[in-house]
Design a protein around this ligand. Sequence first.
Ligand code: NAD
Ligand code: DAU
Length: 365
Amino acid sequence: MRTFNNILITGGAGFIGSNMVRYLFEGYANFAGRVINLDSLTYAGNPESLADIAERYGKGAKPRYVFVQGDICDRPLIEKLFKDYEIDAVIHFAAESHVDRSIVGPEAFIRTNVMGTFTLLDVARNAWKTSDGTLRKDVLFHHISTDEVYGSLGETGYFTETTAYDPRSPYSASKAGSDHLVMAYHHTYGLPVTLTNCSNNYGPYQFPEKLIPLMILNMTEGKPLPVYGDGKNIRDWLYVEDHNSAVWLVMRQGKIGEKYNIGGENEWQNIELLKKLINIVAEETGKNTNDLRSLITYVKDRPGHDRRYAIDCSKLKGELGWSQSVSFEEGLRKTVRWYLANPTWVAHVRSGEYRSWIEKNYDKR
Ligand code: NAD
Ligand code: DAU
């Protein structure tokens, strides 16, 4: 079982990263060390998501939670963080993550997802060198990736860890590039790495451009529910905490230099998912189901829209004993309740208003 003292989390102000920080301090992980959260705060990053964690763990002479606003492409900054905080593990979440944005503006994806990952890997390689030139063995670089690198499935079949990469959007191509760099740094330089490829996440603190939070909020606001194409594209959904429990397990017990698929084993056509979500929102808000259904609006398809993703996570289950813990019904209900209960977070993340909060609360590097 590997243990760590000082974990650098990149992208920890985003959706999955902020849930990971929460999981480390207050979830099953019960992590006793320090977390350095490096995030440049793009439109998707909101430090308010961790305001309570900053309050509880970010104070005093030796805080256990440190937030740094900065870019993963900024090499001198990363070098300084490795040195100042004696980083012995990295969990690399930071990325441009939205497929639609990658179609409109791919450049930011190449910069952050490819160049940013390269910068982190290269700094880690130098920082973790021993006096005889070999790399330390008591450290770990964990890379967070996606099932989208495998491409698109037809009606049958699953992505396994040996499925050939076939990315089809600028987003997934940039993630595939980052995965290859991670593995190259392991094979060439001996950098201790693990890598996970996960299916679609949902849960609290997800930026409301992604399907589930967008639909919940549009329902509450009486806005159209835009369904791309025929609505029959299939995604495999996993509650965010189950993603993070798998990441933590792989970091602690997974084989160095290996990749593990993570999935919900929970496939839904978009339109069927939307109908299920409508029923839950109706129950939670008292709105009329038929009124909500009348908001469904079929719109032009996403260019190159992948038809189906489905993950085979039997390696993770068999080797490490992981399993999903949150049913779709339960996870969706928790998510709906969270969005209904947190209008201020929603308003701030949409307007970028939290930026004034950060000016008051944190020093910029
Ligand atoms: P997100 O968009 O919610 O968060 C990304 C975070 O990274 C933001 O806080 C943003 O400010 C930060 N960031 C972006 N560019 C940066 C840069 N150059 N330097 C520092 N920080 C930067 O994304 P998410 O949904 O939380 O995804 C996190 C990771 O998980 C990504 O690597 C993504 O590819 C992967 N992933 C996501 C899903 C999913 O369903 N959301 C599934 C599988 C894998
Ligand atoms: O599979 C993992 C990936 O899941 C992650 O790597 C990505 O970071 C994450 O954004 C997500 O990608 P998707 O493209 O699958 O997620 P998104 O929420 O954008 O869309 C889910 C499905 O819903 C997809 O088939 C497109 C469709 N959709 C999406 C939106 C935003 C709609 O029909 N209407 C919409 O308005």
